[in-house]
Design a protein around this ligand. Structure first.
Ligand code: FRU
Length: 476
């Protein structure tokens, strides 16, 4: 393991900026054979600062090529989060003969001398597949007199009423706007009061329609990230709602909280726009960090990475609609099986261990039994990450995983109550220094960062009495 790699903790199969700071994924859109990933970026430092839109493209969602910065701050402010769409029918009148890309983003202007900042929505367009961008001459296109938190527009074309819809984060709510042309926007409704978690400011919403698996039914899914609030332990995270949407109003099926991810390090994620109909997937990427410590993680001259792109699906589980997520199938092309795990019993003091010694691997493990069991990722002699399963509850303990000193909060146990008390099917992706768990075929996900001194040396499973079922280990 070369020293430089260890020092920089760089991932192999996840997008990370070549240098400096990154946060939210922005403007994710598929166009002309490319997936575009823009991102909140400070090109001057490896901590958050004046926001630009960085840019990367991929043909397969796994290998990314970082391009020039797409959007720079201007007299209206720095460039906060937002989305991109393809204006197929030139509803905006910004294009000539061919469809082009429109980015809808927040301009953020700091207030002078103790005054509140001003956030407004603006657009930019590209006629050369996202390589260069022209800011619209009449920016901003949407402002608000009183709202201070007024940001992160996610725009989509709603076929039902042939209108663009914008969902915007507006404090402790999201607001819906509608437009025929991406330029003129009309307020429709606001949603949030009395629903979901309000432990932090609402940010980075997304709204999309999904088929319910194995049913002739459609539902709308609303993702809402909630910002860090020092009064609460968990830091920033993402919730979702299911419900209906008529082009103006979102009516939720529920008011209780549904979390998108049970780990600490998946925030501000949204989905791609304009995935072709024949593909039909809803593909999601999150920012793999947490505002509680994002500026302090020990990665040196670059900071942050994205989650593996994930395909979302929606399921009706006894009347409750739940999202599942799995790595996109393109991921499978980058790994191949190196070890088959065969069914075997584990008993007291007889842990089974598989050597890894690779910077990056995937494992699928199914373990059953009524006794608790433990899955340990051993990084070095004294550094390890422990997953414990007891009575249906999976806990991830990274307190001994390596460098944890940058935040007291980083060591807190992460926990998920799974759907089955005596069996766990775990798909895990370890990419040098992160761990993504997809639990019971993606019913739940748990995403977390790790900063050990070395790559994973081995994985072992121990219990007083449990059965390890057939599984596998894969590496790139
Ligand atoms: C979420 C967020 C957004 C904002 C951006 C600024 O992480 O706070 O609400 O647009 O980051 O970088």
């Amino acid at each position: 393991m070369e020293l430089q790699h260890v020092q920089h903790y760089r991932p192999h199969l996840h997008f990370a900026p070549s240098k400096n700071w990154m946060n939210d994924p922005n403007g994710m859109v598929y166009f002309a054979g490319e997936y575009h990933l823009f991102f909140q970026h400070n090109p001057y430092d490896s901590i958050w600062g004046p926001m630009h839109w960085g840019h990367a493209v991929s043909k397969n969602l796994i290998e990314w090529e970082e391009l020039e910065i797409a959007l720079y701050p201007d007299e209206l402010g720095t460039i906060f989060s937002g989305s991109c769409v393809v204006d197929w029918e030139n509803t905006s009148g910004l294009f000539n003969n061919e469809p082009g890309l429109v980015a809808v983003f927040t301009h953020h202007k700091d207030g002078r001398e103790g005054q509140s900042p001003k956030q407004s929505q603006s657009i930019a367009y590209s006629t050369d597949k996202g390589r260069t961008w022209i800011k619209y001459r009449n920016n901003p296109i949407l402002t608000h007199e009183t709202k201070i938190d007024f940001r992160d527009p996610k725009v989509f074309w709603n076929e039902q009423d042939a209108r663009w819809v914008m969902v915007l984060a507006t404090g402790q709510s999201v607001s819906f706007y509608s437009s025929p042309n991406l330029l003129d926007w009309q307020f429709k409704s606001e949603f949030g009061e009395g629903s979901g978690s309000h432990e932090g400011v609402w940010e980075c919403p997304d709204l999309f329609k999904m088929d319910v698996e194995h049913a002739k039914e459609e539902k709308w899914v609303l993702l809402v990230s909630i910002g860090d609030n020092p009064r609460y332990e968990k830091g920033s995270r993402t919730q979702y709602f299911t419900g209906s949407f008529d082009g103006s109003r979102f009516v939720p099926d529920h008011t209780h909280i549904k979390w998108l991810d049970y780990g600490k390090d998946n925030y501000a994620g949204v989905s791609f726009s304009d995935i072709p109909k024949e593909d039909g997937r809803r593909i999601y990427i999150g920012w793999m960090s947490n505002w509680r410590y994002a500026n302090h993680v020990p990665t040196g001259h670059w900071r942050s990475q994205m989650t593996i792109p994930r395909e979302l699906s929606l399921h009706n589980i006894n009347g409750e609609y739940r999202l599942r997520q799995q790595p996109v199938r393109e991921f499978d092309d980058y790994v191949r099986k190196v070890t088959n795990i065969h069914k075997q019993r584990i008993e007291k003091n007889q842990a089974i261990t598989y050597d890894i010694n690779r910077p990056c691997f995937e494992a699928e493990l199914t373990v059953s039994g009524t006794d608790p069991f433990t899955i340990t990722l051993r990084h070095t002699d004294i550094q390890y990450t422990v997953m414990t399963f007891a009575e249906g509850v999976l806990q991830v303990d990274r307190s001994q995983s390596g460098n944890v000193s940058f935040s007291e909060n980083f060591s807190h146990i992460q926990e998920v109550v799974t759907s089955c008390p005596d069996k766990l099917k775990l798909r895990m992706i370890v990419d040098s220094f992160s761990l993504e768990l997809f639990i019971n075929d993606g019913e739940q996900a748990l995403t977390c960062l790790l900063y050990p001194d070395s790559v994973c040396a081995s994985i072992s499973i121990s219990s007083d009495d449990a059965i390890v079922h057939d599984g596998y280990l894969s590496t790139p």
